[in-house]
Design a protein around this ligand. Structure first.
Ligand SMILES: *Cc1c(COP(=O)(O)O)cnc(C)c1O
Length: 423
């Protein structure tokens, strides 16, 4: 029986399995905390976007900040995806993993001149520029290299994506993009700069969005600008719809990638822009439900007001609950008929009361059991830290019968390698 929203995760003979592999066994074999990903779940999500875009000029750019491990990038590169990057470091990761530079779009509000040079050297496909000040610096950098930087302006359409304030990006109050009212002036400026070549337009309105309507509103605002630019004789090559599609953590029912993209393409076609290349920048929806975080129960500590289930994964391994009050489903990897279920707060060993993975969860668990935090494939490992001098977790990718260790557990030696005593 597969779990809703998690087609590769199943409950089988009282064991939780990913692509048929027992998670308890993987946890015991590789140790915990451990991230485990399904490669076929990632491929299936990429295919969902690609099916909707088939038959037209398009590029699915995986927003790799969601999960930037090399083998994950390799998986998407092999599936024909490009990448949405936000730093020079991410550029190096893509190139190391075998991704093509001409399929990279470079986003972010604070690109440094050095990062611009690196990206120009690599010949990335496009810079998604977020301010007029950035446009000037990019022009200077490119001009000095005897080049013109291919550019798309990220427009802030001022629509409410209806998501958590920390992950909403398309409102005037957010730091992202160029205000809709200033966009035409910014395009005029861009065209006049010697080091800039205008290629497209883009927007990205937020993350964990669970309905199509904010996307369609933002798209209409974007297409208004494309029309206005056309009237001025500026013919944009591509329209980049951004990312942000949500996944099912609990009872959310987001549209499928295929359905969302089809709705947007319908609007693009209806407004006479069907000939333009379409880019999308999905992150979470490609990887979120492809991964779990495994941790072992260290101690059970029942109390008068709260029962604590202390596990060996903590906020440094998975910060979403602490940072966004995110609810993530927690399942024992082995079902126990003999143990009575109780209500537990699942917490980590870090010395912070904010260090929790789940509150008030009804679980039948015993010391030594392996638990899985579901939907941990996105914004899990990439946001991990070394707080409390905790080495970062190992990562495993399952792919049909194969099990690959894709990242070794970090050692304390690696963790302190760059530090120096004085004198
Ligand atoms: C983070 C980000 C994305 C991906 O967002 P998801 O919610 O993970 O799909 C896409 N584009 C830009 C510019 C981003 O910053």
């Amino acid at each position: 029986m597969t779990l809703p929203g998690h087609p590769f995760l199943a409950s089988h003979d009282d064991q939780l399995t990913l692509e048929g592999h027992s998670l308890t066994e993987l946890g015991r074999r590789f140790g915990t905390p451990l991230y485990v990903y399904s490669r076929n779940a990632m491929r299936a999500q990429a295919a969902s976007y690609q099916r909707a875009l088939a038959g037209r000029s398009h590029l699915v750019c995986y927003a790799m900040k969601a999960n930037s491990s090399l083998a994950v990038l390799q998986t998407f590169a092999e599936a024909g995806c490009g990448f949405d990057i936000v730093s020079g470091g991410e550029l190096q990761r893509v190139l190391t993993a075998g991704g093509r530079a001409d399929r990279i779009v470079f986003s972010g509000v604070g690109k440094t001149a050095e990062e611009m040079r690196l990206a120009l050297d690599a010949r990335v496909r496009c810079f998604n520029v977020e301010s007029e000040a950035e446009l000037s610096v990019l022009s200077e950098v490119a001009h000095a290299m005897g080049r013109r930087a291919p550019v798309s302006l990220r427009v802030n359409p001022d629509v409410d994506a209806g998501t958590h304030p920390y992950i909403s990006t398309g409102l005037k109050a957010n730091k992202f993009g160029i205000a809709h009212e200033q966009a035409l002036a910014a395009y005029a400026r861009a065209r006049a700069l010697p080091g800039i070549e205008v290629m497209g337009i883009d927007c990205h309105i937020g993350s964990q969005i669970t309905s199509a309507s904010p996307y369609l509103d933002a798209l209409d605002r974007l297409l208004d600008l494309v029309d206005a630019l056309s009237a001025q004789g500026v013919d944009l090559q591509h329209i980049d719809l951004g990312g942000g599609l949500g996944i099912t953590y609990t009872d959310e029912e987001p549209p499928s990638a295929e359905d969302l993209v089809r709705q947007m393409l319908g609007r693009i076609d209806a407004r006479g822009h069907g000939h333009r290349e379409v880019l999308v920048e999905p992150g979470r929806s490609l990887v979120g439900n492809a991964g779990v975080l495994l941790s072992s129960v260290l101690y059970l500590k029942p109390g008068e007001e709260k029962n604590f289930c202390i596990v060996d994964a903590a906020m440094n391994d998975l910060v979403r609950p602490a940072m966004y009050q995110a609810w993530m489903r927690i399942e024992p990897c082995q079902r126990r008929g003999s143990t009575v279920a109780r209500t537990w707060d699942v917490v980590g060993p870090v010395c912070e009361s904010g260090d929790w993975l789940g509150h008030d969860r009804k679980l039948a668990v015993e010391q030594g059991d392996v638990l899985a935090v579901l939907s941990a494939g996105a914004y899990g490992m990439t946001m991990a830290s070394n707080y409390n001098t905790r080495p970062r977790a190992a990562e495993v990718m399952v792919d049909g019968d194969a099990v690959h260790l894709i990242r070794e557990r970090e050692s304390i030696e690696q963790l302190i390698a760059g530090e120096r005593l004085i004198g």
